[in-house]
Ligand binder design. Structure first.
Ligand SMILES: [Zn+2]
Length: 321
């Protein structure tokens, strides 16, 4: 999944300790003068615009996994991509700041470096000037815990919907159990609020109900080819059932027309058609049964006809004597 996060990029003074960490990641040993470093918050424990938040263990895991990962500055298409690499990351509690839930605000504070080259000069000037960017992190989470019931929102028995309130509390998804950190990048802040927010659940959907549940939850989901095929098969099966339903309705409507005109000949055909079109299938069955009963009073149907024949037969027999 990708997570976008609006953040400040703050330049740092390079320390000896930083150089030790940086030189662990470089092929050729660099000197303090050759590198530029900055701090960036990669993610935090605040509920985001997708009504999701990371738990503390997830943040700690990401701090561990993002060290050494290269990020891209995709801010100026004309200048080609510039990259920076994270050389340290820590899960930090920012004192005095709390989240909307009242928890201590905790974030993954990363330090990244880039070589001071001519290509990076403009970007370094921009960071020094205090640019605000949207950082996008891409990671793999295995836990999607419901804040209301504690069940897994995709595989468990949870029927809560993210963004809705239950007992005055906002339902949100707690992302936990981070298994991988793929990449991070700086993106131009999108004009549309939700632009660029794409979550790929990779192969974590195991059946159709998971996919449907995620869609119902209002998630922006990205499916694999196989998942798309499963969903298409499901839609095709629903379409086939809908066709059966449609045929059944037509049969009911035909019966209603026949019985209604028999029971009440003054009824208008268009009127019956409109009535049938507006009714649901259960109502159609009730209408059919009601009109059939009425019609039977006018022209008795088979069981009564049989009885009548017998009566007639008996009646005739009476005349034989
Ligand atoms: Zn739930």
């Amino acid at each position: 999944m990708n997570k976008e996060f609006r953040t400040d990029i703050a330049p740092c003074t390079v320390t000896d300790e930083d150089m030790l960490l940086i030189n662990k990641l470089t092929v050729k040993e660099l000197s303090k003068d050759e590198v530029y470093t900055f701090k960036v918050i990669l993610c935090d424990n605040e509920i985001d615009r997708d009504c999701e938040r990371f738990d503390i263990a997830a943040l700690e895991k990401m701090a561990e996994l993002f060290v050494g990962v290269t990020g891209i500055f995709d801010h100026n298409p004309g200048s080609g991509n510039q990259t920076a690499r994270i050389f340290s990351a820590k899960c930090e509690i920012i004192s005095g700041k709390t989240t909307s839930l009242g928890d201590p605000y905790t974030c993954v504070m990363a330090k990244a470096y880039m070589p001071r080259t001519a290509k990076n000069a403009d970007l370094i000037t921009e960071i020094d000037a205090g640019i605000k960017k949207e950082v996008s992190v891409s990671c793999q989470a295995e836990g999607f815990i419901c804040s209301v019931c504690g069940e897994d929102m995709r595989h468990g028995h949870c029927n809560h919907v993210k963004g809705r309130e239950y007992g005055g509390k906002l339902c949100h998804c707690i992302l936990s159990d981070i298994t991988d950190a793929y990449e991070w990048s700086f993106v131009v802040i999108p004009a549309q609020v939700n632009a660029g927010v794409v979550k790929g659940y990779k192969d974590t959907f195991t059946d159709t109900s998971d996919i449907i549940k995620s869609v119902r939850n209002g998630d922006c989901v990205k499916l694999t080819k196989e998942q798309s095929r499963i969903l298409c098969d499901y839609i095709a099966s629903l379409e086939a059932r809908a066709e059966d339903g449609s045929l059944f309705r037509n049969t009911l409507a035909d019966e209603i027309m026949k019985f209604a005109l028999t029971a009440v000949p003054s009824l208008d055909e268009d009127c019956i058609r409109t009535m049938c079109a507006d009714a649901d299938t259960k109502q159609l069955i009730k209408l059919r049964d009601a009109f059939r009963e009425k019609a039977a009073e006018v022209i008795p149907l088979s069981p009564q006809l049989k009885a009548k024949k017998e009566t007639v037969k008996n009646h005739n027999n009476e005349y034989k004597f």
